[in-house]
Design a protein around this ligand. Structure first.
Ligand code: AMP
Length: 304
């Protein structure tokens, strides 16, 4: 079933305690598309780039079933650029630069072939664009997932609240949940966030896993303890892409199936952090994903 993902396709510069990478390929919809492509080959990407973006990267996305009909290229323009530095714990990061570049004036026009997409991932980018994408759909989608980050909470709060009203599942990290709700306890934060509209909430806690809430219950998925974390960038996006990709594949939006989906999302996130940029998440095998999901099962399985 068709999955539409809107977000950034970008260049990143990353500083980590163990090494740096300059001007590597990144962007929220780039990462989520790769993650989702392990579950469906019917992916509609919506984004914008300048003509500085490598054609070989676009060819790689297309070869994985990602339609680029909704990817606008601006002649003479520069792609979105983000630079960040990870702290010693390799979990927390500070943004050094966010250059919106071509994203600043992006007003997406959905190709007709995208307008009946069933599973929508409103990836991390300006809430105006997230809202515009939803308004252009001609059929009610089965599930809308919205991902965002502190940058948009700080800079476009009112629009973000409007966008959140339109989603079924909100995914944010723990600090952002606290910022958005004004509550320190994540349980109280969840209750406040539900008042904004979503039916489900996923709170990501980096290397400590994530929590899936509906109004009555909560489920916890751990993150895999990894020997090697090279670069956490894209973990949230691969999580969201893997989560929604699994739901699109199984066509089941129940809370029980979302529990499985967050394990698949967590598995995809655990791969991307093993190397810079998309190097690892581009070339996984089905068996590697299966084995990793089994590691999650083993990690939490116990008998009473
Ligand atoms: P994640 O680590 O999953 O939060 O995603 C990091 C990716 O998001 C990077 O590849 C960046 O290019 C992109 N990114 C960083 N800041 C923003 C922003 N404010 N809006 C959209 N995408 C962003």
């Amino acid at each position: 079933m068709s999955l539409l993902t809107v977000g950034t396709v970008a260049f990143d510069t990353l500083y980590t305690p163990h090494g740096d990478a300059e001007m590597v390929v990144g962007g929220s919809s780039q990462y989520s598309s790769y993650a989702a492509s392990y579950f469906t080959d019917d992916i509609n990407l919506v984004s914008i780039i300048g003509d500085d973006f490598p054609q070989s990267e676009l060819d790689d996305l297309q070869s994985r079933g990602v339609s680029l009909d909704g990817l606008k290229t601006v002649a003479g323009g520069k792609s979105f650029f983000w630079a960040g530095r990870y702290l010693d714990n390799m979990n927390d990061r500070v943004t050094i630069t966010t250059d919106l570049n071509v994203l600043a004036d992006f007003d997406p026009v959905l190709p007709d072939s995208y307008k009946q997409s069933k599973y929508i991932l409103l990836g991390n980018l300006t809430p105006d664009i997230q809202i515009s994408v939803i308004n252009q759909l001609t059929e009610k989608p089965k599930l809308v997932v919205l991902d965002t980050m502190n940058f948009w909470i700080d800079n476009t709060y009112d629009k973000l609240i409007e966008a959140i009203k339109l989603c079924d599942v909100l995914t944010i990290n723990d600090e952002e949940a606290r910022m958005l709700s004004g509550e320190h306890s994540l349980v109280l934060a969840a209750a406040k966030i539900f008042e904004l509209g979503p039916k489900y909430l996923i709170i990501k806690k980096g290397e400590h896993g994530c929590l899936l809430f509906d109004r009555n219950s909560v489920f916890f998925a751990p993150a895999l303890p990894l020997e090697k974390v090279v670069d956490p960038t894209g973990a949230g996006d691969c999580f969201a892409g893997g989560f929604l990709g699994y739901i699109a594949k199984t066509e089941d939006t129940s809370f029980e199936n979302m529990k499985r989906a967050i394990i698949y999302g967590s598995a995809l996130a655990s791969f991307v952090v093993e190397d810079f940029s998309n190097y690892r998440v581009k070339s996984l095998t089905e068996q590697e994903i299966k084995d990793r999901v089994q590691q999650f099962v083993d990690l939490t399985h116990f008998q009473l």
